[in-house]
Structures are given as structure tokens and as C-alpha cells.
Design a binder for this molecule. Structure first.
Ligand SMILES: C[S@@+](CC[C@H](N)C(=O)[O-])C[C@H]1O[C@@H](n2cnc3c(N)ncnc32)[C@H](O)[C@@H]1O
Length: 234
């Protein structure tokens, strides 16, 4: 483990498949951004499946990513787009993560450069793609990075692929209430849509149903009971 500066307190953790993740500390709790069994592998397992479905059904994918973190979800999306069109809006509350990623993409020194190089090299190797394919996408107008998302405030855009990766309900309860989720999903999902998250809760299932989604049963990553993959009108 490598310690980073403590403002807010972050700690870089290397997960079992060799990919880096970050632990956040708040009010005596710590929360890892990914499974300790593998940040890269978990992202491919959960969000990769959703993106495969989205690119299979749509020539143009408008993706929403909630929680940029170390950008695994974003990289997975770019790796899968091939000749299809991808537009992506990502939200990230922590300024340090937004700043570090933007600096890195623009070739400037960044707090997490080493981490990003490692993650990017895993995507290049796994998907047999050049680094420029990723960097060019993030520098383009197809990608927008925004600040904190408030799911109770309408964002006036709709998406056909929702990659929902905020922290769990203990750390980020505002994302997991049934009424909040239902309104959010109804307002931001296109007529046809794919939704994925690592979590599986009763409130989420009910919200997805109310918003017109149908769940596709999937075992969770690395022995977890389930993750949530759902489709609307597909
Ligand atoms: C599970 S991690 C995301 C991991 C990330 N998807 C990746 O690919 O590395 C959750 C992230 O959500 C961010 N977050 C928490 N609350 C948020 C909010 N209201 N709006 C945007 N991001 C938020 C956290 O700062 C953290 O980086």
C-alpha cells in the first residue's frame, strides 16, 4: 500500500489482479472504490457486460457514468466502441480525481500519473489497442467530466447506457433511496436503455421496474451474490 496526502484521506490499494484502486476514509469508515479481488476485472465483469449490450443494440451510445474514480468504467467504454459512436458524461465529486485525470489526459504531471499509466496499459494490452485511442477520446468533445451529481436535480439529458457506480448506501445514501432512484431513472433514461451497477438492492430493483426496466439475472463478481444489469425496451 502507498499512502497519498491526506486531504481528503485517500490510500492507493493494489487489488488482486494487479490493478490499482483507492480507499476513501470518512467518519471512521473506509470504502474501497472497487473489489479487492480486482478493480480491472470487476469493471470488465460488470460494466463491460452492459457496454457490450449497449454497443450491440445502438450505433450511437450516450453513456452516463456516475463516479469517475480512476476511470476504469470510461476506459472500458472506449475499449468497446470500435466503429460505433460514443458520447460520455462522467460525474465525479472529488476535485482531486477530476483534476488529476484531466492533467494526465493533457500530458501534464498529475498526482495519480503512475496509477493511470498502469491502468491504461492494462486496457491497451487486454483490448489490443494503442494508448492514443483512449487519450484522443478523452480529449475530444465526446467526453465531458462534471462535478458532483445530485440525483434529485434534473440534468436535462437522456442516456441509453447508465453506468451507475457511486459508493454504497452506507457511504453515499443519497444515491440509493427508492423514490430518488425511480425519479432519476425515469428522467434520464432514453426510450431504450441499458443500466448496470455493481450493487443489487431491493430498492434498486423496485425503482428499475417502476422506470420500465427489466432485470437480467447475473451472478456478481468474485463470489458476490448478484450485480444489477437491466434493460428497457430492448
Ligand atoms: C466506486 S467509486 C467509482 C469507481 C469508478 N467508476 C472507476 O471506474 O474507477 C465511486 C466514486 O463516486 C464518486 N462520488 C461520490 N459521490 C458522488 C457524487 N455525488 N457525484 C459524483 N461522484 C460521486 C466518489 O468520489 C468515487 O470516486
Amino acid at each position: 500500500m502507498t499512502k497519498t496526502q491526506s486531504n481528503p484521506p485517500f490510500e492507493i490499494v493494489i487489488t488482486k489482479d494487479g490493478s490499482p484502486s483507492l480507499a476513501f476514509f470518512k467518519d471512521g469508515f473506509s470504502q474501497m472504490m472497487h473489489s479487492s479481488k480486482g478493480a480491472f476485472s470487476e469493471t470488465e465483469f460488470v460494466y463491460g457486460k452492459a457496454l457490450d449490450l449497449a454497443f450491440e443494440h445502438f450505433d450511437s451510445v450516450q453513456a452516463l457514468s456516475v463516479g469517475l474514480g480512476f476511470s476504469y468504467v470510461e476506459l472500458t467504454a472506449v475499449a468497446r466502441k470500435k466503429s460505433k459512436d460514443l458520447e460520455m458524461i462522467s460525474y465525479e465529486k472529488e476535485p482531486r480525481l477530476r483534476i488529476a485525470w484531466t492533467q494526465f489526459i493533457n500530458g501534464a504531471p498529475s498526482e495519480f500519473s503512475e496509477v493511470y499509466e498502469k491502468i491504461l496499459s492494462m486496457y491497451c494490452e487486454h483490448h489490443k489497442l494503442e494508448k492514443e485511442v483512449f487519450v484522443d477520446f478523452f480529449k475530444s468533445s465526446k467526453f465531458q467530466l462534471k462535478e458532483a451529481l445530485d440525483i434529485n436535480t434534473p440534468i436535462n439529458s437522456t442516456f441509453n447506457c447508465i453506468l451507475f457506480d457511486p459508493f454504497c448506501s452506507k457511504f453515499s445514501p443519497e444515491f440509493w433511496t427508492e423514490n430518488g432512484l425511480t425519479d432519476f431513472l425515469q428522467s434520464i433514461s432514453s426510450d431504450q436503455c441499458v443500466f448496470a451497477t455493481y450493487a443489487a438492492t431491493g430498492a434498486l430493483s423496485r425503482s428499475l421496474k417502476s422506470a420500465g426496466f427489466k432485470k437480467i439475472k447475473n451472478k456478481g463478481f468474485a463470489g458476490k451474490r448478484e450485480f444489477t444489469l437491466a434493460i428497457k425496451n430492448l
